[in-house]
Design a protein around this ligand. Structure first.
Ligand code: NAD
Length: 502
């Protein structure tokens, strides 16, 4: 049986060879990464984790060798082979051109679900929220993280927020499956669909649709702003919260911090075939090489990994030993508190303290019990059924560069260019309608959206050729168009929003 592990890990510990070993890929990362990985692996080894470890190099050195992705092509082969990645934090070098390795890995392997349990360890770790026990399920691939950004004019930059129906269905179903599998009672959805009615509206709609299949679970939706305020103030009213990528990124850090410390939270990134486990914090370069860092975030990520690879027995043993260590007041500097903590320890000594408590359970903190942890992947779902609605082209939003001149002047130039049957419906600037009937007070920038459309009360559709001719006419009239967004109806209903004030 193959057994590969970095010799440094084996100091005094031995992975058990009796049951089948599971291959995993490990990256020690940058900054505090190597120290917290060493500590984590030593606890897993002590707990009898059955692992074949393949090591890959990622991060700063790889970036600086001229690889903008921060990972060598050969390292992908290891991930493809093992499908399980335990990753320490890395340092992304300053300056342009370096792609986020985390975002690349999540997208390349389709790791659509990011799971971040945020739990308080009161009274051993300071928190204002002793009853907090929240799991944030964050969509991990879409939203503004698609990385599609443009600058077309002097004044305006844009970032595209992409939300897809299959993306929503995957993450929302995962959240409900997770809640059910882990005995949770309620799933809450956060969106901003009062403003982003189409994108966040789709996420909310899918939440309602899929939620209806989970009669055993309580469901609720909050607008993200007031939801965030409630989460920061009274987190104990939440259980599992599912949200789109950007809100989840921000609020999972808030949740981890108010539970005790960002240094304590681990996360799982789950896809249909692969999974990645990590701490939620970064490489903390200022703390590197000093045996100071708290390894708990990465360790708790590794606990999720053990459950994922079917070693719930080991996960339970090491997790309970970790809880006992926290309860015994053996704390790294970041969570050390006079009067509560008993001993301030370094990274290595903390790991040794956990290993010394293997087999023990906490007396006051609630011990973990993974005996009912799911043994099947939570990623199965019905096949995706694409909408069959009739899709018709009914117009276009043509964005033009219009740095000087009034909106009335622009409209006067554009109105006669409308193809037969279509009309110039409105002009808007940064989304606000400025013609017809704009307000003199509205501030405008050098890019204006011009909506040409078939009248709403006249059914029908237009061809792409008609739009191409329209664009040519606009250019010939001396106006530079900078972007076109087609307008489609779906079963007669508009697949586009109205302008503010339209
Ligand atoms: P950071 O999370 O590294 O550090 C923030 C603060 O928390 C610092 O004061 C640090 O000392 C403290 N801290 C973090 N983890 C700790 C731990 N385990 N024990 C004790 N204290 C801890 O965030 P940053 O300083 O903004 O970023 C540093 C680098 O990390 C940057 O290059 C950034 O790009 C990178 N980063 C990487 C990841 C990742 O790889 N997943 C995530 C976030 C940031």
């Amino acid at each position: 049986m193959g057994f590969t592990v970095d010799p440094r890990v084996l100091r005094g510990n031995h992975f058990r060879l009796m049951a089948k070993n599971v291959p995993i890929t490990v990256a020690r990362g940058d900054g505090i990464g190597p120290e917290i990985m060493e500590a984590t692996l030593s606890i897993l080894a002590g707990g009898g984790a059955r692992l074949d470890i393949e090591e890959i190099e990622i991060g700063e050195k790889v970036y600086l060798r001229g690889n903008p992705a921060g990972i060598e092509p050969s390292a992908w082969d290891s991930l493809r082979r093992t499908k399980v990645f335990l990753k320490a934090p890395i340092t992304t070098p300053q300056g342009g051109g370096f792609k986020s390795l985390n975002v690349t890995t999540r997208k390349a392997f389709g790791l659509y679900a990011n799971i971040r349990p945020c739990l308080s360890y009161d009274p051993y770790i300071r928190t204002k929220h002793p009853k907090m026990d929240v799991v944030i399920v964050r969509e991990n691939e879409e939203d503004t993280y698609s990385g599609i950004e443009h600058r077309r004019t002097y004044d305006v930059t844009q970032c595209l927020k992409l939300i897809s129906r299959p993306g929503c269905e995957k993450i929302v179903r995962y959240a409900f499956e997770y809640a059910r599998a882990y005995g949770r009672k309620k799933v809450t959805c956060f969106t901003k669909d009062n403003i982003m009615k189409m994108t966040d509206g789709l996420f909310h709609k899918v939440f309602d649709e899929i939620g209806a299949e989970y009669a055993d679970l309580e469901k609720e939706h909050w607008i993200v702003d007031i939801g965030a305020a409630k989460l920061a103030d009274t987190p104990e009213v939440f259980d599992v919260i599912v949200m789109p990528n950007l809100y989840g990124d921000i609020l999972s850090d808030v949740a981890a911090q108010i539970a005790g410390s960002v240094g304590l939270a681990g996360s799982a990134n789950i896809g249909d075939g692969c999974a990645m486990f990590e701490a939620i914090h970064g490489s903390a370069p200022r703390r590197a090489g000093q045996n100071l860092a708290n390894p708990s975030g990465l360790f708790l990520g590794a606990v999720q990994m053990l459950v994922h690879i079917g070693q719930a027995d080991v996960a339970e043993k090491v997790h309970n030993a970790w809880l006992k260590t926290i309860e015994d007041g053996i704390h790294t500097y970041d969570i050390f508190r006079e009067g509560v903590s008993r001993q301030k320890v370094g990274t290595r000594e903390f790991a040794q303290a956990v290993v010394a408590r293997l087999g023990q359970k906490p007396a006051k903190l609630k011990p973990v019990d993974y005996s009912k942890a799911p043994t099947r992947p939570l990623t199965s779902r019905p096949p995706y059924q694409r909408d069959t609605a009739k899709r018709e082209l009914v117009g276009a939003d043509v964005f033009v560069f219009w740095p000087t001149g009034t909106m009335d002047q622009l409209a006067a130039k554009l109105q006669p260019l409308a193809p037969d049957g279509m009309r110039l419906e409105m002009l808007s600037n940064r989304g606000m309608k400025v013609w017809p009937g704009g307000m003199a007070e509205t501030f405008t920038v050098d890019e204006t959206r011009c909506r040409y459309q078939l009248p709403e009360d006249k059914p029908g559709s237009i061809s792409h050729e008609v739009l191409e001719k329209l664009l040519n006419r606009i250019r010939q009239a001396g106006i530079e168009w900078v972007k076109v967004e087609n307008l489609y109806n779906f079963d007669g209903k508009p697949g586009f929003s109205r302008g503010q004030g339209q």
